[in-house]
Write a protein that binds this ligand. Structure first.
Ligand code: ADP
Length: 196
């Protein structure tokens, strides 16, 4: 099972992906978390990524693609993964499709969280006061939303065009209720989901 958790910054991808990955029995692979870990460990990749992340831009594709390819090679990913924050532009999606084709796999499902911009802004500014992420500033968010619309939103069109199943989920409301919406949608499409 190769699934993508898709949505704008602040849509709750990370929160929902952690929960849904458990129910699918696959690891949650979050590009942003992996990059923040590289930054925290002060690796060469982390040093290159940090200023770009703080400004709300995208880390170069070749670095992110290599990072994800390495992660897919790990043993726990053999039964599948739930990807979160990757692919973030069409070139990354094309790279992912190639990586998966080499393994005789493909993206099976895209879970798309839909949240209005006003709600995204409110959530991120609230997160800034609690989590202290260095990219959660008004400027960082504005830039991430621009990048999302210009580069990331077309990824959904890419998967629509190749005929991948897309679950459109209302991402506003109670966290548990949103998880249940996702699980219900997956089950309706015949995806095996374990009980909570
Ligand atoms: P959010 O979805 O809230 O913006 P993430 O944790 O997913 O947060 O990503 C944080 C930052 O990490 C992004 O703004 C970007 O700079 C970098 N990043 C994450 N994933 C990718 C990716 N696939 N390609 C390039 N940069 C990425």
């Amino acid at each position: 099972m190769i699934a993508l958790m898709f949505g704008p910054p602040g849509s709750g991808k990370g929160t929902q992906a952690t929960r849904v990955a458990l129910r699918l029995g696959v690891p949650h692979v979050a590009a942003g978390d992996m990059l923040r870990s590289e930054v925290a460990r002060d690796t060469p990749l982390g040093r290159e990524a940090k200023p770009i992340m703080d400004a709300g831009g995208l880390v170069p594709d070749d670095l992110v693609v290599r990072m994800i390819d390495g992660r897919l090679n790990q043993a726990d990913a053999s039964a599948g993964v739930l990807l979160d924050g990757f692919p973030r532009n069409v070139p990354q999606a094309v790279n992912l499709d190639t990586m998966l084709a080499r393994r005789n796999e493909n993206v099976n499902d895209v879970i798309s969280l839909e949240v209005p911009d006003e709600e995204l802004k409110a959530r991120i500014l609230k997160r800034a006061t609690t989590e202290g992420r260095s990219d959660d500033t008004a400027e960082g968010l504005a830039q991430r939303l621009i990048v999302y619309r210009q580069e990331t939103a077309p990824v959904l069109e890419h998967y629509r065009e190749v005929g991948t199943r897309i679950e459109a989920i209302n991402g506003v409301g109670d966290i548990d209720a949103i998880t249940e919406r996702i699980i219900d949608s997956l089950e309706q499409n015949g995806v095996q989901v374990s009980s909570a």
